[in-house]
Design a protein around this ligand. Structure first.
Ligand code: ATP
Ligand code: MG
Length: 413
């Protein structure tokens, strides 16, 4: 009788299955969850990688079946997949490093949620502002980061403007909005509100990175990021910097919008960002007399959620007061918690809370709130302004005196 293959032999072969983007084997990347060999030569391999349906899974499956199947004594090969744990994603992000955050950055941030969509104007910013406020109203420590550096709108929607201070560790203190929501936006570093900014790709990456590593986020349960429309540079940057971030895809109810939103999800899959769920926005309008009009169609959110195999977190109705509140810096979820739109947004927030927090971002209970664990971080002041940036952000108005600039962002005046 043929000798049965050993799991060591299988692992050796797995060492030749290489991730095409990172150029490292699945063994070196640490994504082999298990290798089981049965007495009759059946081999079962489980990898922790990608998301259901992601192309990378199919590629690995094919390669592993071929190579392990060719080993002497193997009667069959099954390849299973698990979602990578937060630790595995972090480790993967570091091993396949393209520009991650320094160790300890975001140490006190438990969950990062990126609010994305395939097309503009579907309500990402409105929902980011209101979701952050709703999470705070649910008793969570919440923060909002305006990752839409061209079309920044979070300060307006949360009603917070001003110039951040810098702390003794030379990190930038976020501003605080209603309900204690911490806020950071490019707007805080501009000379005037509504000032136009000219960006180039690498600058943008650097700016976002600084917002993540040089801002004193402190202890935060949910950091909600407002992404720009489309599936461009910012999403890619975020996927590289925070592999454990999760996406919430916003869509309007009509099927056309759903298709575009699907593009965003494709991107999320390509970069291994987990999709936490879908929010359908502008989902019908109900008149004061109770008559409901489905102005933007119906059902697209559920279709997209089904297609992605993720929950539909909420359907947010069209409501004028949601728009007015966003324009006036008073998030409706705080201003009128009983409004139908507020209740739907609270429901989405509760859905996010119900999903387990990401353990990689858990702070050990014994760790003091401000401690040496951040000392390894490069300070904002230590970062040289980019050569292309003759104008750096002006120094803060209060707080400890610092040399250098709190944020070396390229600004045009
Ligand atoms: N459910 C809603 N009911 C009423 N108005 C809404 C609703 N959702 C969003 N709006 C309004 O629609 C407009 C566009 O929303 P918002 O700016 O949040 O979209 P966005 O996806 O962030 O846009 P962009 O892609 O340009 O960043 C805003 O005036 C906002 O207040
Ligand atoms: Mg927006």
């Amino acid at each position: 009788m043929d000798a049965v293959v050993t799991s060591e032999q299988v692992r050796e072969v797995l060492g030749s299955v290489v991730d095409p983007e990172r150029g490292q084997s699945v063994v070196d990347l640490g994504i082999v969850r298990s290798v089981d060999v049965a007495d009759d030569g059946r081999v079962a391999v489980v990898l922790a990688v990608g998301a259901p349906g992601s192309p990378i899974r199919a590629q690995y499956e094919g390669a592993i079946r071929d190579r392990v199947g060719a080993l002497h004594g193997v009667s069959s090969v099954t390849v299973g997949f698990d979602l990578p744990s937060a630790e595995e994603k972090e480790a993967l992000g570091k091993r396949g490093q393209k520009g991650g955050l320094p160790e300890g950055a975001l140490a006190g941030v438990k969950n990062v949620i990126c609010v994305a969509s395939g097309k503009g104007g579907v309500g990402k910013s409105t929902l980011t502002a209101n979701l952050a406020a709703a999470l705070a109203a649910e008793g969570k420590r919440a923060a909002a980061l305006d990752a839409d550096v061209w079309g920044y709108s979070i300060p307006r929607m949360l009603g917070v403007h001003g110039r951040p201070t810098v702390n003794a560790d030379r990190k930038i203190n976020p501003l605080e909005a209603a309900a204690g929501v911490k806020v950071m936006s490019i707007e805080f570093f501009l000379e005037a509100q509504d000032q136009a900014i000219v960006w180039r790709g690498p600058m943008l990456h650097k700016a976002i990175k600084q917002f993540l590593q040089d801002v004193e986020w402190g202890e935060v349960d949910f950091l909600v990021l407002d992404l720009p429309p489309g599936t461009g540079d910012v999403s890619m940057t975020l996927a590289q910097l925070i592999p454990s971030a999760r996406m919430v895809i916003v869509t309007t109810p009509q099927p056309a919008a759903q298709k575009v939103a699907h593009r965003a999800s494709e991107l999320a899959r390509r970069f291994d960002l987990e999709i936490a769920g879908v929010i359908e926005n502008m989902s019908g309008f109900t008149t004061p007399s109770g008559e409901r009009f489905t102005i933007f169609g119906e059902g697209g959110g559920q279709l997209l959620a089904d297609e992605l195999d993720v929950p539909l977190l909420a359907k947010i109705p069209l409501q004028e007061s949601l728009r007015v509140g966003a324009d006036e810096g008073r998030p409706l979820v705080l201003d009128d918690p009983h409004a139908p739109a507020s209740q739907s947004i609270r429901q989405a927030a509760r859905g996010l809370i119900a999903m387990a927090p990401i353990p990689a971002f858990e702070v050990p209970p014994a760790a003091p709130a401000s401690s040496g664990r951040r000392s390894a971080l490069p300070t904002a002041g230590a970062q040289k302004p980019p050569a292309e940036s003759p104008d750096a952000a002006p120094p803060p108005e209060q707080g400890p005196k610092v040399t250098g600039t709190p944020l070396s962002l390229p600004l045009s005046r």
